[in-house]
Write a protein that binds this ligand. Sequence first.
Ligand code: UDP
Length: 240
Amino acid sequence: MAPETPKYRRILLKVSGETLAGDKKFGLCPDTLKAIAREIKEVVDLKVEVGIVVGGGNIFRGLAVSAQGIERAVGDYMGMLATVINSLALQDVLEKTGVPTRVLSAIHMHEVAEPYIRRRAMRHLEKGRALIFAAGTGSPYFTTDTAAALRATEIGAQALLKGTKVAGIFDRDPEKDAAACMLPRLTYFDILEKDLRVMDSTAVTMSREQKIPIIVFKLLEPGNMKRVVLGQEVGTIVES
Ligand code: UDP
């Protein structure tokens, strides 16, 4: 059989907290974590360098608590800490799956994670370690989507993969409308102009400026992440 040649040699995968929760509304689903780890391993086995940004929405969202009277910035720091919890869980499962992994946190907490230092991140990637970037950007008022676009830019990722629960970007919400159609190809401008809420506008704008394609795909479909990395048509690709 001919060897499989990846289209992308270095990628950044964004996984939302909601995905990590599986069918539950809150917390972590162990089977989902294992399934995600298997997807990542398939790609690491192709010698693709992988950075991962995990969200925290399955535990905590700054905006939600600010509505309850906690100051927004405080809520955001709480949200960033939630991403660290998710990062540690994913690291544990990845290592048990056979993927050497480092967690690099934008908020320094030496006992649980290395501090995020770009040059160190690059060295880890060259050594074949998967990286989990925890604590978002380290600043309130941002999201982990923006952290994903930022880290993708910093590490020179050739694609930003947004793993979701649905197959790609649709013209309408596929969970509410069975007639919704998936859109295989979009421009950054389409997303911004039509206000398609797949990623926040800061993340889309940054990806557009850096010319990093965004691929929105169903993460929990076995083999899907590998298909994306091999350049096969999966989900929706957003580019210029
Ligand atoms: N957050 C933040 N700065 C960042 C990234 C995240 O303040 O750079 C906070 C924010 O409160 C956010 C929460 O962390 O609501 C969890 O992240 P996000 O909502 O992006 O997670 P996801 O929706 O991907 O699970």
